[in-house]
Design a binder for this molecule. Sequence first.
Ligand SMILES: NC(=O)c1ccc[n+]([C@@H]2O[C@H](COP(=O)([O-])OP(=O)(O)OC[C@H]3O[C@@H](n4cnc5c(N)ncnc54)[C@H](OP(=O)(O)O)[C@@H]3O)[C@@H](O)[C@H]2O)c1
Length: 251
Amino acid sequence: MTTSIGSGSPRTVIVTGGSRGLGAGIVQSFLDSGDRVATCSRSETQAVKEWETNPDYAGRFLFRAADIADREQSTQFVQAVIDEWGAIDVLVNNAGVARDGILALFTDEDSDTVIDLNLKATIHLTRQVVRNMLAHRSGRIVNISSIVGLTGYRGLTVYGATKAALDGFTRALARELGSRKITVNSVAPGYLKTEMSHGLDEAQLDQIVRRTPAGRLGDPDDIARAIQFLVDERNDWLTGQVLVVDGGLTC
Ligand SMILES: NC(=O)c1ccc[n+]([C@@H]2O[C@H](COP(=O)([O-])OP(=O)(O)OC[C@H]3O[C@@H](n4cnc5c(N)ncnc54)[C@H](OP(=O)(O)O)[C@@H]3O)[C@@H](O)[C@H]2O)c1
């Protein structure tokens, strides 16, 4: 099994939940940097169809419809990437879900949906990928957490708990894998212009923008650039960190 990290040739990258929103921006960023990108989501979008048919991406874009909260589908997705390209160089755990509502009125069903995807599915899929990275002794893992896991946000208790837990997962896994040349970091975005932030009303979004030193919500590109920095082959001494990318909101 050979790896592309350190060779200057295209890397094999997995981005979970790349069909829209932030994940789609991350997929595009790695396609633009000439890498091979595999992504999954439960449903196929127009963006996925365009990547699949774009001749510039022939042989270096792979999509599978998969619900990664279903362990069998998650395992099959990772195996499909390994069957196609062998060594996995980069994993971006992006797929996530938010359910809002104050805790006293929150349902067990919503709790389970958020914990099952944001935490349990991420841990399961990462385990599959780590086994592959350990075999070729290199890799870069980036977990997309959130500033909500650091600061809290009224109505997002369970979501915030999963994101804080993901940062803990990052730190512990970085300790486990450091000696094997695998780095593990979190990126904690502020509020982005994606479907997920549609849960916030106009007044909440205005308040966030007013309190953000950079004076705007984030774009997927803002986050994708930070990820590219963390997975740069030269950044092998940068691990176990949570990089906050939020326009200064929490500074
Ligand atoms: N938006 C923000 O302001 C913000 C801020 C901080 C952090 N984040 C984090 O950034 C990440 C992306 O957020 P986003 O705003 O881009 O969300 P989004 O627009 O809702 O997109 C989520 C993506 O994940 C996929 N997905 C959802 N459930 C899945 C499942 N069970 N299996 C496989 N794929 C699944 C979705 O496709 P399907 O629905 O078709 O499966 C979609 O591609 C999340 O981890 C989120 O917590 C977002």
